[in-house]
Design a binder for this molecule. Structure first.
Ligand SMILES: Cc1ncc(COP(=O)(O)O)c(C=O)c1O
Length: 367
């Protein structure tokens, strides 16, 4: 069998690693920030009925403009967002890819603030967009001054902010987003994949869209909405942004089945989101209990918590896996990230971690 090196692959892709969160069958999967609660049965039944109806016309291409889905998403977001301001794709990853195809690409650059969502830089590579980075403030926060200084220094074509940030959970204040927008003549992209987990009343970047035609805010149905397997992400922006994405998207990129499933699920938004409060409570529990076990937990407004003070993250990761618990080693020194699951899952994780003793599994240990 050949290796990648034997193929005439693009020079700028040589030596890169693909996205690689381990996919393992474990009892407690707390590694990719899914909503670990099952879809309510009544909602599942309605989704299946909608899929059955869609299958009857599956010989035809789907609505290229996914009109019903855009209407449903706009209604879900509220906040005076019109359907023309919505664009959807197969996960917010595809949204990011289309955004970089339209506004990035060879000869253009995007500025990010690591540690941040790993796919931001991977999609930049895939689209030939140069990935520029700048440092964060203490405890992974981002002040307006820090962001503006980085934009002025790097002069990027796009700026990516992740609010709350993955993998740290750090919130980003609206002042930082406003300042970033004012400082760049390019596109400001705010990835709000975890927005529904922010404390009630926390303003979203959606509230800044009016009059800011270069601001793009993305959301996903993969997290709070418990729909990761269906692959539905979307953005809200000036309708001109959707026009730009129409130039790069593949025709009929959202299948009729995806559209039918998402519209049906959105009709049950309150039920689909019923567990968000519960998950946020488990996150707050992790934030309170991890320090009791001797770890530092970073402030999080998402459905996961990053904690450090781990003697050997790889050893602790393995030791938890042996106990059927999968969390995430995000490559930060002495740190691990865990998704807030159900109460039982969170209890199992905290109990297993306590059992490993101070600092987690001993350095270099197999378990
Ligand atoms: C910050 C952030 N953005 C986007 C995504 C991708 O979500 P989707 O499933 O919508 O592609 C993730 C997934 O983990 C994420 O953490």
């Amino acid at each position: 069998m050949a290796t990648l090196d034997d193929l005439p692959i693009r020079d700028d892709l040589r030596g890169l690693s693909p996205y690689g969160a381990p996919q393992r069958h474990v009892r407690y999967a707390l590694n990719v920030n899914e909503n670990t609660h099952a879809v309510p049965e009544g909602v599942a039944r309605h989704i299946v009925e909608s899929l059955a109806a869609a299958v009857l016309t599956i010989n035809r291409y789907p609505d290229r403009e996914f009109t019903s889905l855009r209407e449903s998403l706009a209604a879900y977001l509220g906040a005076d967002i019109a359907p023309e301001q919505i664009w959807a794709a197969n996960g917010s990853n595809e949204i990011i890819q289309q955004l970089l195809q339209a506004f990035g690409g060879p000869g253009r650059s995007v500025l990010g603030f690591p540690p941040t969502y790993s796919m931001h830089s991977i999609i930049a590579s895939g689209t030939g967009t140069r990935w520029l980075t700048a440092e964060r403030d203490a405890a992974y926060t981002l002040s307006p001054e820090t962001v503006v200084a980085a934009i002025e220094r790097e002069q990027p074509d796009l700026v990516f902010l992740c609010a709350p940030n993955n993998p740290t959970g750090t919130p980003v204040a609206l002042e930082t987003i406003e300042a970033a927008y004012a400082a760049t003549p390019g596109i400001l992209f705010v990835d709000e994949a975890y927005a529904e987990f922010m404390p009630p009343g926390t303003p979203s970047a959606l509230t800044l869209l009016d009059g800011r035609e270069r601001l793009v805010v993305s959301r996903t149905m993969s997290k709070a909405f418990a729909f990761a397997g269906a692959r539905v992400g979307y953005l809200a922006a000036d309708p001109a942004v959707a026009d730009a994405l129409r130039l790069v998207r593949l025709p009929y990129h959202l299948s009729a089945l995806t559209q039918a499933a998402a519209v049906a699920a959105l009709a049950h938004a309150p039920e689909m989101l019923a567990m968000v409060d519960d998950i946020s409570r488990q996150r707050d529990r992790l934030l309170a209990e991890l320090p009791v076990l001797g770890y530092r937990a970073f402030d999080s407004q998402a459905n996961f918590v990053l904690f450090d003070g781990v003697a050997d993250p790889a050893a602790t990761f393995r030791a938890l896996l042996e106990r059927d618990i999968l969390i995430r080693d995000v490559g930060l020194p002495g740190a691990l990230r865990v998704t807030a699951g159900t109460e039982a899952e969170t209890t199992a994780f905290l109990a297993a971690l306590a059992e490993l003793g101070p600092g987690g599994a001993p350095v270099g240990s197999a378990a």
